[in-house]
Design a protein around this ligand. Structure first.
Ligand SMILES: Nc1ncnc2c1ncn2[C@@H]1O[C@H](COP(=O)(O)OP(=O)(O)OP(=O)(O)O)[C@@H](O)[C@H]1O
Length: 627
């Protein structure tokens, strides 16, 4: 018996509506109770107004006959007063709903965003951010995929529930006239609601399934409308192309939905004919009994208004459609949380060996002391058609700089993402001082790696925060900050900012400013150097001078040895004037390291490096090749 009872309870608990309401209750129990009170008002007030009006109508003949000062007249006045009060309260429903909706939305948006940020930042790597299912879920919870804001779900559910209860109450009132009439109306509305609800669900689920083309359509829309991309779209005259592509993806995503809806629409039309018959029978019964004086004017007036009022049991409107779209975000949010957050738990469980080797338990402080060894490493991107590395072997000596050289797409950036454990090798292993990298605590290892990526991030924060990334407060090491800026060639740049270190590096904020590409690159370099001064032991510079002017680039070369002194560094560059200063140079070609040695040694080998170096040098010396 208990298990039979627990089944519907469990089903109810797992329903998306209940989960959305529970989310609101977890945000603010008081707000959830207020929404509950709104549901009651929504269910009761319209019917109370109609009933009071009907009863007042029924008292008019007696009051007209006996006069307003008679007992019948007083009774009419009381009924009118009750109707007026109910009507007055029902007028307040609209503004109350608006105010409550905006509060619920604001609280829900903050909660949803916090849960998304927590989930997405949980894994140590970045592979999940390239998984199309995860991206669809992210877009959906943000309301971008379905163009419906999940934060509005609780209030929409409340309003829908209120309407449904109001219709049910009308059916109950109808049953006081003829028991079967209320029941018949209820059954008829439920009968029409089912296929209508199915129609809405089909449309929404195929809309959701069309995530890929719709995400593309949104992306194209963003390209056309966001300032950064719009610049390029204007210059290259992409407007018409973007509009056409946007339409193509949107239509291709939705065409299957439209076909299915047409089919289900025909079924709904059939059921609607049956409902109309029940409605006509009910109205006819009422008319017949009134004609034969079996009921008075008051009952007739009440019951006639209850007939259309019962309709809200079966009505399915645009709101239901939007609610269904909002609710698709509920399982998506849970799936993101369930799949990503445990990865953080595994990563953070330093003492928990059950977390597996990938979590890593060894404290990497001060490592590498001897070397980092790539041993028979292979790697292929998820969904990729070929290996980026098939059998890569490379030793990075601790405290030395190693330059990585190779043609575009050779895998240089990929190699450093493996070193930073943003991804794991498909085969083979990386050893740090002889220990598998996977055994080191991944978050602590990542803190030890200071990187200047090719596409470093431009944070809309102050210059100081951009360098220190000290967002949780705590003391900033001023001396280290100044030294990092000086080594990165950013001192003059900071001095010339309107508020110095306190200037926000984004024109989108008051008092903020923007920097040029080269100036940003110096800030990114200073960020990595500050991290080194705070204990990072591995420095990765991916094209550190790509955006620097000639003088800044020359200054960087002069400081290169000073910058990389004592740290294990990898520099990736197509500029051989940078590369040649590294202690050792590794040439990456077709998934292997094909040459390894100092600049002089590799020139002497007269292989790929020598060829690339002399070709580039020749371009600067007007064709005269030199060593
Ligand atoms: N996120 C990704 N998903 C799938 N393939 C990728 C991804 N990133 C890079 N690749 C592919 O992996 C290969 C190596 O790319 P990588 O960026 O490591 O090359 P690179 O040597 O740094 O090139 P460049 O000199 O142009 O910066 C390329 O063929 C590239 O197309």
């Amino acid at each position: 018996m208990l298990s039979r009872l627990s089944h519907p309870v469990a089903t109810l608990k797992s329903s998306r509506r209940v989960r959305a309401l529970r989310l609101l209750a977890s945000v603010s129990p008081a707000l959830a109770w207020t929404v509950g009170a709104f549901v009651v008002a929504e269910a009761v007030l319209p019917n109370l107004t109609l009933i009071a009006m009907g009863r007042a109508t029924g008292r008019i003949p007696a009051a007209a006959r006996d006069g307003l000062s008679s007992g019948a007249g007083h009774s009419l006045l009381v009924a009118l007063a009750v109707a007026g009060v109910c009507y007055g309260f029902s007028l307040l429903r609209g503004p109350a709903e608006d105010a409550l909706s905006s509060v619920v939305r604001a609280r829900m948006v903050v909660t949803l965003q916090r849960r998304l940020v927590t989930a997405v930042s949980a894994p140590a790597g970045i592979a999940h951010l390239e998984d199309s299912e995860t991206l669809d879920r992210l877009a959906n919870v943000q309301g971008q995929l379905m163009n419906a804001a999940p934060a509005d779900a609780p209030m929409t559910i409340a309003s829908q529930l209120g309407g449904w209860l109001s219709g049910t109450m009308a059916c109950v009132v109808l049953s006081t006239f003829r028991w079967w009439l209320g029941l018949a109306m209820f059954a008829a509305w439920i009968a029409v609601r089912r296929p209508l609800g199915q129609l809405v669900r089909t449309r929404v689920s195929s809309f959701r399934a069309a995530g890929e083309p719709l995400r593309r359509a949104w992306y194209l829309f963003a390209l056309a409308t966001r300032p950064n991309a719009a610049k390029e779209a204007r210059v290259f005259g992409l407007g018409a192309w973007l509009a056409a592509e946007h339409r193509t993806h949107y239509v291709s995503g939705l065409t299957p939905t439209w076909h299915e809806m047409r089919r289900q629409g025909r079924r709904v039309a059939t059921v609607a004919v049956g409902v109309f018959a029940v409605f006509a029978l009910s109205a006819g019964t009422l008319g017949w009994t009134a004609y034969h004086h079996e009921i008075g004017l008051g009952t007739l007036a009440v019951m006639l208004t209850m007939l259309p009022s019962s309709m809200t049991v079966g009505t399915v409107s645009m709101t239901d459609f939007q609610l269904e779209m909002m609710l698709t975000a509920v399982p998506d949010l849970d799936a993101l949380t369930d799949s990503l957050v445990p990865m953080a738990d595994a990563v953070d469980a330093v003492d928990d060996t059950s977390a597996g080797t990938s979590a890593g338990t060894v404290d990497p402080a001060g490592m590498p002391r001897r070397d980092v060894v790539f041993e028979n490493v292979a790697f292929r991107y998820p969904g990729g058609e070929s290996d980026v590395f098939s059998d890569l072997n490379l030793t990075l000596r601790a405290g030395e700089s190693t330059a990585l050289v190779g043609v575009n797409g050779a895998g240089k950036t990929t190699l450093v993402t493996l070193l930073a454990r943003l991804r794991d090798p498909s085969r083979g292993r990386i050893l740090v001082d002889g220990l598998p990298l996977n055994d080191l605590h991944v978050r602590d290892w990542q803190k030890q790696v200071a990187v200047v990526y090719q596409d470093y991030t431009r944070y809309p924060l102050t210059a100081e925060e951009n360098v220190t990334l000290n967002l949780l407060g705590g003391p900033v090491d001023d001396a280290a900050l100044r030294q990092a800026a000086e080594r990165a060639g950013a001192t003059d740049l900071i001095d010339n900012l309107p508020n110095g270190w306190r200037t926000i590096l984004s024109p989108q904020y008051e008092g903020g400013t923007d920097l040029s590409g080269g100036q940003w690159q110096r800030i990114a370099l200073a960020r990595a150097l500050y991290a080194i001064s705070r204990g990072a032991t591995v420095l990765i510079l991916d094209e550190p001078t790509a955006q620097l002017d000639v003088r800044a680039e020359a200054a960087f070369y002069d400081r290169f040895l000073e910058i990389t002194q004592g740290v294990t560094s990898i520099v990736i560059s197509h500029r051989f004037s940078t590369v040649r200063r590294a202690n050792r140079i590794a040439v990456l070609d077709a998934g292997h390291i094909t040459e390894l040695g100092s600049h002089t040694e590799l020139l002497a080998q007269a292989g790929t490096y020598a060829n690339l170096f002399t070709t580039q040098a020749a371009a600067f010396t007007g064709g005269r090749k030199r060593a």
